[in-house]
Design a protein around this ligand. Structure first.
Ligand code: THU
Length: 199
């Protein structure tokens, strides 16, 4: 048997079947297994987290609907942020120009200076997938007034210069802001580039 912490996607299912050399049957909902519970945080079962390719993102050229993507940013923060030092989970969903969505969380280490912010984790992962960031959804799940740090603002200004940045405000609707508002007169480094360099 194979036990997973979330239902397998079709491609994962196919991969495991191939690795085992015979077809496998999904018994996640079998009563003897107890049903799939998702991730439990503080007694609350979070919905299963989807992989980047399964997330519903707006179609190219469409305006994103902040509610669902912000909910995912919250869930991913609660389930996956590694925050042993701050206990301050942050989640970020980056939507891409071709309609994908990629999530990131903050990851802390005993060497505090090595910690990674959710926004930069998500943006780096987006680039690693070969995708272009279009908009950001950031949730500091424990603090309604949470906002990106200075270092993230610089990176956002460079990678998502025109995209909206949505920030979770908990009980009130998410705040829609811009690179320009977060970091006016940002350094963009165009003067450093060789005229022929394209990245
Ligand atoms: N943090 C983020 O990941 N994004 C933000 O927008 C604000 C701060 C993280 C860094 C650190 O792991 C923790 O939150 C406390 O600063």
């Amino acid at each position: 048997g194979v036990l997973t912490h979330r239902p397998m996607s079709e491609s994962e299912h196919a991969l495991v079947s191939e690795a085992l050399g015979h077809p496998i049957q999904n018994v996640a909902d079998a009563p003897e297994v107890g049903g799939f519970q998702g991730v439990v945080v503080q007694g609350r079962a979070l919905p299963p987290l989807r992989s980047p390719v399964e997330l519903e993102a707006p179609a190219p050229g469409e305006q994103p609907s902040p509610a669902g993507l912000m909910e995912h940013a919250r869930n991913v923060a609660q389930a996956r942020a590694r925050v042993p030092h701050s206990d301050f989970p942050v989640g970020c969903v980056v939507t891409t120009t071709d309609g994908h969505a990629v999530a990131g969380v903050n990851v802390e280490f005993d060497d505090w200076t090595r910690g990674l912010c959710a926004e930069r984790s998500a943006l780096a992962l987006t680039l690693a997938y070969g995708l272009s960031p279009a908009a950001l959804f950031v949730s500091c799940v424990k603090v309604p007034g949470g906002t990106p740090c200075g270092a993230c603002r610089q990176v956002i200004a460079e990678l998502v210069p025109n995209g909206p940045i949505w920030i979770d405000r908990h009980e009130t609707p998410p705040l829609r802001t811009s690179t320009q508002a977060l970091l006016p007169d940002a350094f963009v480094g165009a003067s450093l580039r060789h005229p022929t360099a394209d990245r």
